[in-house]
Write a protein that binds this ligand. Sequence first.
Ligand code: MG
Length: 378
Amino acid sequence: MLASYAAHPEQSKGRKFAEPASPLINGLPIRNVFQRDRDRIIHSTAFRRLEYKTQVFVNHEGDLFRTRLTHSLEVAQLARGIARTLNLHEDLTEGIALAHDLGHTPFGHAGQDALNACMRNYGGFEHNLQSLRVVDKLENRYAEFDGLNLTFELREGILKHCSIKNARELGDVGERFLRKQSPSLEAQVTNFADEIAYNNHDVDDGLRSQLITIEQLKDIELFAENMAIVKAKYQDIEQKRLIPETIRRMINQMVMDLCETSLLNIAELNPSTIEDIRQAPYLIGFSQAVSKKNHELKQFLRKNLYHHYKVNRMSAKAERIITELFNAFMSNVELMPEEHQFAAKENQPRAVADYIAGMTDRFAIREHRRLFAVEEYF
Ligand code: MG
Protein backbone atom coordinates (compact mmCIF):
# COMPACT_ATOMS: atom_id res chain seq x y z
CA MET A 1 0.00 0.00 0.00
CA LEU A 2 3.01 2.30 0.46
CA ALA A 3 3.03 4.99 -2.26
CA SER A 4 6.05 5.04 -4.55
CA TYR A 5 6.82 8.61 -3.39
CA ALA A 6 6.63 7.71 0.32
CA ALA A 7 9.77 7.16 2.38
CA HIS A 8 10.75 3.50 1.86
CA PRO A 9 12.89 2.07 4.65
CA GLU A 10 15.02 -0.01 2.31
CA GLN A 11 15.87 3.15 0.34
CA SER A 12 16.82 5.17 3.42
CA LYS A 13 19.83 7.44 3.08
CA GLY A 14 20.98 5.64 6.19
CA ARG A 15 22.60 6.41 9.52
CA LYS A 16 25.77 8.35 10.23
CA PHE A 17 27.37 5.25 11.76
CA ALA A 18 26.63 2.09 9.77
CA GLU A 19 24.90 -0.61 11.79
CA PRO A 20 24.12 -4.26 11.07
CA ALA A 21 20.66 -4.86 9.62
CA SER A 22 17.86 -6.05 11.86
CA PRO A 23 17.83 -9.86 12.26
CA LEU A 24 15.54 -11.71 9.88
CA ILE A 25 12.60 -13.96 10.70
CA ASN A 26 11.12 -15.86 7.74
CA GLY A 27 13.27 -13.73 5.47
CA LEU A 28 11.93 -10.41 6.76
CA PRO A 29 13.65 -7.97 9.14
CA ILE A 30 12.06 -7.94 12.60
CA ARG A 31 11.98 -4.15 12.44
CA ASN A 32 12.52 -1.78 9.55
CA VAL A 33 14.94 1.15 10.05
CA PHE A 34 12.14 3.62 10.79
CA GLN A 35 10.68 1.30 13.45
CA ARG A 36 14.08 1.11 15.08
CA ASP A 37 14.29 4.92 15.03
CA ARG A 38 10.87 5.20 16.65
CA ASP A 39 11.80 2.63 19.30
CA ARG A 40 15.08 4.40 20.11
CA ILE A 41 13.19 7.64 20.67
CA ILE A 42 10.75 5.97 23.07
CA HIS A 43 13.66 4.55 25.09
CA SER A 44 15.53 7.86 25.31
CA THR A 45 15.73 9.86 28.55
CA ALA A 46 14.68 13.02 26.68
CA PHE A 47 11.41 11.33 25.77
CA ARG A 48 10.63 10.39 29.37
CA ARG A 49 11.30 13.95 30.48
CA LEU A 50 8.52 15.22 28.19
CA GLU A 51 6.08 14.05 30.86
CA TYR A 52 7.12 16.88 33.14
CA LYS A 53 7.55 19.62 30.60
CA THR A 54 5.03 22.36 29.96
CA GLN A 55 2.94 22.51 26.84
CA VAL A 56 0.96 25.62 27.85
CA PHE A 57 0.22 24.95 31.51
CA VAL A 58 3.06 24.26 33.92
CA ASN A 59 2.96 20.69 35.13
CA HIS A 60 1.90 21.45 38.73
CA GLU A 61 -1.09 23.56 37.62
CA GLY A 62 -3.30 20.50 37.14
CA ASP A 63 -3.24 16.82 36.26
CA LEU A 64 -5.63 17.03 33.31
CA PHE A 65 -3.76 19.52 31.14
CA ARG A 66 -1.59 18.41 28.23
CA THR A 67 2.08 17.98 28.86
CA ARG A 68 4.74 17.77 26.16
CA LEU A 69 4.42 14.01 26.38
CA THR A 70 0.67 13.77 25.89
CA HIS A 71 0.92 16.46 23.20
CA SER A 72 3.54 14.38 21.37
CA LEU A 73 1.34 11.28 21.65
CA GLU A 74 -1.62 13.18 20.17
CA VAL A 75 0.57 14.42 17.32
CA ALA A 76 1.74 10.84 16.70
CA GLN A 77 -1.84 9.56 16.70
CA LEU A 78 -3.01 12.18 14.20
CA ALA A 79 0.09 11.93 12.01
CA ARG A 80 -0.14 8.18 11.84
CA GLY A 81 -3.78 8.25 10.83
CA ILE A 82 -3.10 10.81 8.10
CA ALA A 83 -0.05 8.86 6.89
CA ARG A 84 -2.15 5.71 6.55
CA THR A 85 -4.79 7.54 4.52
CA LEU A 86 -2.14 8.99 2.21
CA ASN A 87 -0.19 5.69 1.93
CA LEU A 88 2.89 7.16 3.58
CA HIS A 89 5.25 5.37 5.96
CA GLU A 90 3.51 5.24 9.34
CA ASP A 91 6.55 4.30 11.43
CA LEU A 92 8.60 7.20 10.11
CA THR A 93 5.72 9.61 10.64
CA GLU A 94 5.21 8.37 14.19
CA GLY A 95 8.92 8.61 14.96
CA ILE A 96 9.12 12.21 13.76
CA ALA A 97 6.05 13.08 15.83
CA LEU A 98 7.43 11.51 19.01
CA ALA A 99 10.77 13.29 18.54
CA HIS A 100 9.57 16.67 17.36
CA ASP A 101 9.52 18.33 20.79
CA LEU A 102 12.46 16.57 22.49
CA GLY A 103 14.47 19.80 22.47
CA HIS A 104 11.94 21.90 24.34
CA THR A 105 13.08 23.72 27.46
CA PRO A 106 11.10 23.61 30.69
CA PHE A 107 8.15 26.06 30.82
CA GLY A 108 7.22 25.95 27.14
CA HIS A 109 7.72 28.95 24.90
CA ALA A 110 8.47 31.28 27.79
CA GLY A 111 11.42 29.03 28.68
CA GLN A 112 12.68 28.87 25.13
CA ASP A 113 12.45 32.65 24.66
CA ALA A 114 14.33 33.24 27.90
CA LEU A 115 17.08 30.76 27.02
CA ASN A 116 17.34 32.20 23.53
CA ALA A 117 17.79 35.68 25.03
CA CYS A 118 20.51 34.35 27.37
CA MET A 119 22.26 32.72 24.40
CA ARG A 120 21.98 35.71 22.03
CA ASN A 121 25.75 36.29 21.97
CA TYR A 122 26.55 32.59 21.78
CA GLY A 123 24.61 31.36 18.75
CA GLY A 124 21.09 31.51 20.22
CA PHE A 125 18.78 28.73 21.31
CA GLU A 126 16.02 27.21 19.20
CA HIS A 127 13.99 24.20 20.36
CA ASN A 128 13.71 22.69 16.89
CA LEU A 129 17.48 22.68 16.43
CA GLN A 130 17.83 21.39 19.98
CA SER A 131 15.57 18.40 19.21
CA LEU A 132 18.07 17.42 16.52
CA ARG A 133 20.97 18.03 18.93
CA VAL A 134 19.33 15.69 21.47
CA VAL A 135 19.06 12.79 19.01
CA ASP A 136 22.42 13.51 17.33
CA LYS A 137 24.58 14.24 20.34
CA LEU A 138 23.11 14.57 23.81
CA GLU A 139 21.60 11.13 24.38
CA ASN A 140 24.41 8.84 25.55
CA ARG A 141 23.09 5.30 25.48
CA TYR A 142 25.23 3.54 22.92
CA ALA A 143 28.77 2.27 23.28
CA GLU A 144 29.91 3.25 19.81
CA PHE A 145 28.47 6.70 19.23
CA ASP A 146 26.85 9.74 20.81
CA GLY A 147 23.17 10.33 20.16
CA LEU A 148 20.69 7.80 18.80
CA ASN A 149 22.21 7.43 15.32
CA LEU A 150 18.82 7.88 13.64
CA THR A 151 18.21 7.66 9.90
CA PHE A 152 18.56 10.71 7.67
CA GLU A 153 14.79 10.69 7.05
CA LEU A 154 13.91 10.90 10.75
CA ARG A 155 16.47 13.68 11.34
CA GLU A 156 15.29 15.56 8.25
CA GLY A 157 11.77 15.40 9.67
CA ILE A 158 12.79 16.82 13.05
CA LEU A 159 14.42 19.88 11.50
CA LYS A 160 11.32 21.84 10.57
CA HIS A 161 12.98 25.18 10.03
CA CYS A 162 16.50 26.43 10.13
CA SER A 163 18.42 29.63 9.36
CA ILE A 164 20.82 29.63 6.41
CA LYS A 165 23.72 30.10 8.82
CA ASN A 166 22.75 27.04 10.85
CA ALA A 167 21.94 25.06 7.70
CA ARG A 168 25.53 25.50 6.53
CA GLU A 169 26.81 23.98 9.78
CA LEU A 170 24.36 21.07 9.87
CA GLY A 171 25.63 19.08 6.90
CA ASP A 172 23.24 16.61 5.23
CA VAL A 173 20.01 17.67 6.96
CA GLY A 174 20.81 21.36 6.44
CA GLU A 175 21.20 21.07 2.68
CA ARG A 176 17.53 21.34 1.78
CA PHE A 177 17.34 24.80 3.37
CA LEU A 178 20.21 25.97 1.17
CA ARG A 179 18.63 24.41 -1.93
CA LYS A 180 15.11 25.51 -0.92
CA GLN A 181 13.78 21.96 -1.12
CA SER A 182 11.00 20.24 0.80
CA PRO A 183 11.19 17.41 3.32
CA SER A 184 9.43 14.05 2.87
CA LEU A 185 5.63 13.94 2.95
CA GLU A 186 5.95 12.08 6.26
CA ALA A 187 7.68 15.17 7.72
CA GLN A 188 5.14 17.52 6.15
CA VAL A 189 2.25 15.50 7.59
CA THR A 190 3.79 15.64 11.08
CA ASN A 191 4.04 19.46 10.90
CA PHE A 192 0.33 19.71 10.22
CA ALA A 193 -0.56 17.05 12.78
CA ASP A 194 1.33 19.16 15.35
CA GLU A 195 -0.72 22.20 14.45
CA ILE A 196 -4.05 20.32 14.47
CA ALA A 197 -3.18 18.79 17.83
CA TYR A 198 -2.20 21.94 19.67
CA ASN A 199 -4.91 24.21 18.27
CA ASN A 200 -7.56 21.75 19.39
CA HIS A 201 -6.11 20.63 22.70
CA ASP A 202 -5.37 24.23 23.66
CA VAL A 203 -9.07 25.03 23.19
CA ASP A 204 -9.85 22.08 25.47
CA ASP A 205 -7.24 23.01 28.11
CA GLY A 206 -8.12 26.69 27.82
CA LEU A 207 -11.78 25.97 28.56
CA ARG A 208 -10.86 23.56 31.38
CA SER A 209 -8.69 26.22 33.01
CA GLN A 210 -11.50 28.77 32.52
CA LEU A 211 -9.00 31.22 31.03
CA ILE A 212 -11.17 31.21 27.90
CA THR A 213 -14.94 30.67 27.65
CA ILE A 214 -17.43 29.11 25.25
CA GLU A 215 -18.99 32.57 24.98
CA GLN A 216 -15.75 33.96 23.49
CA LEU A 217 -15.40 30.99 21.12
CA LYS A 218 -18.83 31.65 19.60
CA ASP A 219 -17.11 34.19 17.32
CA ILE A 220 -14.58 31.65 16.09
CA GLU A 221 -15.93 29.91 13.01
CA LEU A 222 -14.29 26.51 13.38
CA PHE A 223 -15.58 26.14 16.93
CA ALA A 224 -18.98 27.79 16.37
CA GLU A 225 -19.99 25.75 13.32
CA ASN A 226 -19.06 22.44 14.93
CA MET A 227 -20.74 23.33 18.22
CA ALA A 228 -23.92 24.15 16.24
CA ILE A 229 -23.84 20.65 14.72
CA VAL A 230 -23.51 19.03 18.16
CA LYS A 231 -26.28 21.17 19.66
CA ALA A 232 -28.63 20.44 16.77
CA LYS A 233 -28.13 16.72 17.28
CA TYR A 234 -28.16 16.68 21.10
CA GLN A 235 -30.37 19.54 22.33
CA ASP A 236 -29.84 19.11 26.08
CA ILE A 237 -26.21 18.08 26.07
CA GLU A 238 -24.26 19.02 29.21
CA GLN A 239 -21.21 21.25 28.78
CA LYS A 240 -18.77 18.58 29.88
CA ARG A 241 -19.78 16.52 26.82
CA LEU A 242 -20.47 19.46 24.51
CA ILE A 243 -16.81 20.55 24.51
CA PRO A 244 -15.21 17.22 23.53
CA GLU A 245 -18.02 16.49 21.04
CA THR A 246 -17.28 19.86 19.41
CA ILE A 247 -13.52 19.43 19.48
CA ARG A 248 -13.58 15.95 17.97
CA ARG A 249 -15.58 17.36 15.07
CA MET A 250 -13.11 20.21 14.67
CA ILE A 251 -10.24 17.73 14.54
CA ASN A 252 -12.15 15.56 12.09
CA GLN A 253 -12.91 18.52 9.83
CA MET A 254 -9.26 19.58 9.77
CA VAL A 255 -7.92 16.07 9.18
CA MET A 256 -10.44 15.37 6.40
CA ASP A 257 -9.67 18.67 4.72
CA LEU A 258 -5.93 18.10 5.02
CA CYS A 259 -6.17 14.62 3.49
CA GLU A 260 -8.45 15.68 0.64
CA THR A 261 -6.47 18.79 -0.24
CA SER A 262 -3.13 16.98 -0.03
CA LEU A 263 -4.35 14.10 -2.23
CA LEU A 264 -5.40 16.65 -4.86
CA ASN A 265 -2.00 18.36 -4.67
CA ILE A 266 -0.21 15.01 -4.98
CA ALA A 267 -2.39 13.93 -7.92
CA GLU A 268 -1.67 17.19 -9.70
CA LEU A 269 2.11 16.77 -9.39
CA ASN A 270 1.98 13.01 -9.97
CA PRO A 271 5.33 12.30 -8.26
CA SER A 272 6.96 8.89 -8.56
CA THR A 273 9.73 9.02 -5.97
CA ILE A 274 10.61 10.78 -2.74
CA GLU A 275 13.12 12.86 -4.71
CA ASP A 276 10.21 14.31 -6.73
CA ILE A 277 8.63 15.28 -3.39
CA ARG A 278 11.85 16.97 -2.26
CA GLN A 279 12.02 19.05 -5.46
CA ALA A 280 8.37 20.13 -5.24
CA PRO A 281 6.83 22.79 -3.01
CA TYR A 282 4.94 21.60 0.07
CA LEU A 283 2.16 19.23 -1.04
CA ILE A 284 0.55 18.67 2.34
CA GLY A 285 -1.81 21.46 3.30
CA PHE A 286 -5.30 22.68 4.10
CA SER A 287 -7.76 24.13 1.60
CA GLN A 288 -7.91 27.92 1.61
CA ALA A 289 -11.19 27.89 3.52
CA VAL A 290 -9.93 25.69 6.37
CA SER A 291 -6.57 27.43 6.41
CA LYS A 292 -8.39 30.71 7.04
CA LYS A 293 -10.50 29.25 9.84
CA ASN A 294 -7.43 27.64 11.39
CA HIS A 295 -5.63 30.96 11.29
CA GLU A 296 -8.56 32.67 13.02
CA LEU A 297 -8.45 30.06 15.80
CA LYS A 298 -4.69 30.47 16.22
CA GLN A 299 -5.00 34.23 16.51
CA PHE A 300 -7.74 33.79 19.08
CA LEU A 301 -5.61 31.44 21.19
CA ARG A 302 -2.58 33.70 20.96
CA LYS A 303 -4.50 36.73 22.16
CA ASN A 304 -6.79 35.16 24.73
CA LEU A 305 -4.94 32.12 26.07
CA TYR A 306 -1.19 32.35 25.46
CA HIS A 307 -1.20 36.00 26.52
CA HIS A 308 -3.83 35.77 29.24
CA TYR A 309 -2.51 37.70 32.24
CA LYS A 310 -2.45 34.56 34.38
CA VAL A 311 -0.34 32.77 31.75
CA ASN A 312 1.87 35.89 31.51
CA ARG A 313 2.51 35.72 35.24
CA MET A 314 3.72 32.14 34.95
CA SER A 315 5.79 33.06 31.88
CA ALA A 316 7.46 35.88 33.80
CA LYS A 317 8.39 33.48 36.61
CA ALA A 318 9.70 30.98 34.09
CA GLU A 319 11.82 33.64 32.44
CA ARG A 320 13.29 34.64 35.79
CA ILE A 321 14.13 31.05 36.73
CA ILE A 322 15.79 30.26 33.40
CA THR A 323 17.74 33.52 33.30
CA GLU A 324 18.98 33.21 36.88
CA LEU A 325 20.02 29.60 36.35
CA PHE A 326 21.88 30.56 33.19
CA ASN A 327 23.70 33.46 34.83
CA ALA A 328 24.63 31.39 37.88
CA PHE A 329 26.18 28.60 35.77
CA MET A 330 27.91 31.07 33.48
CA SER A 331 29.52 32.93 36.37
CA ASN A 332 30.54 29.72 38.14
CA VAL A 333 30.74 26.60 36.05
CA GLU A 334 31.47 24.52 39.17
CA LEU A 335 27.87 24.88 40.30
CA MET A 336 26.87 22.41 37.58
CA PRO A 337 27.02 18.62 38.00
CA GLU A 338 30.35 17.20 36.85
CA GLU A 339 29.30 15.79 33.48
CA HIS A 340 28.07 19.25 32.48
CA GLN A 341 31.26 20.90 33.76
CA PHE A 342 33.13 18.49 31.53
CA ALA A 343 31.01 19.48 28.50
CA ALA A 344 31.59 23.14 29.40
CA LYS A 345 35.33 22.77 28.75
CA GLU A 346 34.54 22.74 25.06
CA ASN A 347 31.85 25.46 25.01
CA GLN A 348 30.51 26.77 28.30
CA PRO A 349 27.41 28.67 27.09
CA ARG A 350 26.27 25.72 24.96
CA ALA A 351 26.85 23.26 27.81
CA VAL A 352 24.84 25.48 30.17
CA ALA A 353 22.04 25.77 27.58
CA ASP A 354 22.03 21.98 27.08
CA TYR A 355 21.82 21.40 30.84
CA ILE A 356 18.97 23.89 31.29
CA ALA A 357 17.07 22.78 28.16
CA GLY A 358 17.15 19.19 29.39
CA MET A 359 15.47 20.08 32.71
CA THR A 360 11.84 19.31 33.43
CA ASP A 361 9.70 22.11 34.92
CA ARG A 362 9.93 20.71 38.42
CA PHE A 363 13.65 20.00 38.19
CA ALA A 364 14.29 23.59 37.08
CA ILE A 365 12.20 24.93 39.98
CA ARG A 366 14.07 22.69 42.44
CA GLU A 367 17.47 23.51 40.97
CA HIS A 368 16.67 27.21 41.22
CA ARG A 369 15.73 26.78 44.86
CA ARG A 370 18.89 24.79 45.58
CA LEU A 371 20.99 27.61 44.14
CA PHE A 372 19.16 30.62 45.51
CA ALA A 373 17.35 29.65 48.73
CA VAL A 374 19.76 29.59 51.68
CA GLU A 375 17.62 27.15 53.66
CA GLU A 376 18.01 24.55 50.86
CA TYR A 377 21.03 22.26 50.84
CA PHE A 378 22.56 20.58 47.74
MG1 MG B 1 4.62 20.30 19.09
